[in-house]
Design a protein around this ligand. Structure first.
Ligand code: FMN
Length: 182
């Protein structure tokens, strides 16, 4: 797949099966994560790779957080299942550092670029994935159980695996709707 095809056809997929990324594929995904724009060279990224038994551990963390933060019954009962939806999950974190020229949002933007770069690197290797957030990205309890600081931002959970069905989503957006000339 060439770069233009990747950039114009990338899509998300939540139906993910085994195998997840191989060791070599994961190396490429990691390299892509670290090759993103980064104002001030702050490297405002940290990534936690969850696979194998790690998926149960993350499910336990979700469950513990949902119970202790009084989430609704549905959130609590689904907590452990959520992490079984893909063979691998990469948690992307932006560890905030105070800086005179680089505000918090720019540090988060850089980490968000990493999530997208990793999804593209997976897609280019015929894997698939979906970027998820929601309550478990915002929960202070999840952050503390993952050993993160409260100021750190969980920018996303990138679920990765092998697509179960070949499907190409139609192009949804027209350029003229979003682009104009000055
Ligand atoms: C920051 C961010 C958070 C997201 N969180 C979720 C989520 O929690 N659950 C979900 O189903 N999709 C979520 N999405 C959307 C999917 O990742 C995906 O972009 C969407 O389903 C559209 O699919 P496409 O990438 O093939 O266009 C999120 C996207 C972004 C950018």
């Amino acid at each position: 797949m060439d770069a233009i095809e990747l950039l114009t056809t990338r899509q998300s997929d939540s139906n993910l099966s085994f195998p997840g990324p191989s060791v070599d594929q994961l190396e490429i995904i990691k390299k892509a994560a670290l090759k993103v724009p980064d104002h001030g060279g702050l490297t405002p990224w940290k990534f936690i790779v969850v696979q194998g038994e790690g998926r149960e551990k993350l499910g336990e963390i979700y469950h513990q957080a949902a119970v202790s933060e009084n989430q609704d019954e549905r959130t609590i009962s689904r907590a452990k299942e959520l992490t079984q939806r893909a063979p691998m999950i990469i948690i992307a974190v932006s560890p905030y550092q105070e800086h005179p020229k680089v505000p918090r949002i720019e540090q988060i933007e850089s980490a968000a670029c990493s999530v997208f770069a990793m999804q593209q690197a997976a897609f280019a290797q015929h894997l698939s994935g979906v970027w998820r957030t929601g309550y478990f990205a915002q929960s202070p309890k999840v952050k503390s159980l993952l050993g993160l600081n409260e100021q750190d931002e969980i920018v996303g959970y990138l679920y990765l695996g092998t697509p179960t069905v070949a499907c190409t989503k139609p192009v949804r957006h027209k350029a003229e709707t979003f682009f104009s000339d000055l």
